[in-house]
Design a protein around this ligand. Structure first.
Ligand SMILES: Nc1ncnc2c1ncn2[C@@H]1O[C@H](COP(=O)(O)OP(=O)(O)OP(=O)(O)O)[C@@H](O)[C@H]1O
Ligand SMILES: [Mg+2]
Length: 253
């Protein structure tokens, strides 16, 4: 049984079918890419899978359990954790504090900490956060305020916060957006290492070099529908996929 299995996933916004009868499954240990032109429904899929939006139709099974309609903290509590397309950090807290909060964002205790200000974190959590900081390469910036980090490091910090929750499945929404070649190379290497350490990855990204170099399987959305699915090589030579991207490109021209 796949780790994640969405069947006929559907979400309407008024008359718009943002996601339409999409079947999507992810096996444990895979790195799967979810791609498609702007507005194809990728982020909406993430919102549905992570409980931030309720589906209009379809089912989501994660780790053998039907999680359709679950709230975000219930989903995250089961090990399905997402990052956001726009970086969401606690700007006035340090890098280490952000990672510590990442461990608790989905729990009541974490919420209390957020509501009632800075707390002393237990030593085992500090050790855990140091491991995440070391692993993601953010250790030298641990005591800096998040708002003072350059953009690339802020994006990495949002991944570090998600990792702190110890996900079984990590949904990454455009992790290398706005990064230079060196930074995006670092992040994609990090994604592979995260997977090698036991976390399954579903990745939304427009940077095709990053997708094709990292993902073992790619699912393509277009106008809310699943257009194609296969290996990076299969998908990148599919006439339907090329046409969808060309069409999108022409619309934006
Ligand atoms: N909350 C919402 N209310 C109304 N329409 C929405 C909402 N969220 C998304 N949409 C619409 O649903 C469609 C899919 O949007 P979505 O953000 O999922 O696309 P995407 O594939 O993530 O695009 P991008 O690559 O630009 O991030 C778009 O037409 C968008 O305008
Ligand atoms: Mg999006």
């Amino acid at each position: 049984m796949p780790l994640l299995q969405a069947r006929s996933l559907t979400r309407h916004f008024g008359g718009l079918a943002a996601v339409s009868a999409v079947d999507l499954s992810v096996e444990e240990g895979e790195i799967v890419g979810l791609i498609g032109p702007n507005g194809a429904g990728k982020t909406t899929c993430f919102n549905l899978l992570s409980g931030f939006l309720r589906p209009t139709g379809g089912t989501i099974v994660f780790g053998g359990e039907d999680i359709t309609g679950f709230r975000p903290h219930q989903v995250a509590g089961r090990g399905l954790v997402r990052t956001f397309q726009l970086t969401t950090l606690f700007q006035d807290m340090t890098v280490r504090e952000n990672v510590l909060l990442g461990m608790h964002l989905h729990s009541r205790q974490g919420l209390r900490r957020l509501l009632f200000g800075r707390q002393i974190f237990p030593p085992d959590e500090v050790t855990g956060s140091d491991e995440v900081l070391e692993f993601t390469g953010l250790a030298p910036q641990a005591d800096q305020l998040a708002k003072n980090l350059p953009h690339g490091h802020q994006r990495i910090l949002s991944i570090a916060m998600a990792l702190a929750a110890r996900p079984r499945l990590l949904l990454l929404d455009e992790p290398v957006t706005g990064m230079n070649l060196e930074e995006s190379g670092h992040v994609m290497a990090l994604v592979k290492t995260i997977r090698d350490r036991g976390t399954t990855i579903l990745l939304v990204e427009h940077n095709m070099k990053a997708v094709m170099g990292t993902c073992e399987r790619v699912v393509v959305l277009n106008f809310g529908l699943k257009l194609a699915e296969g290996t990076p090589a299969e998908v990148s030579t599919s006439a339907a996929v090329i046409e969808a991207y060309l069409g999108a490109g022409l619309q934006h021209a």
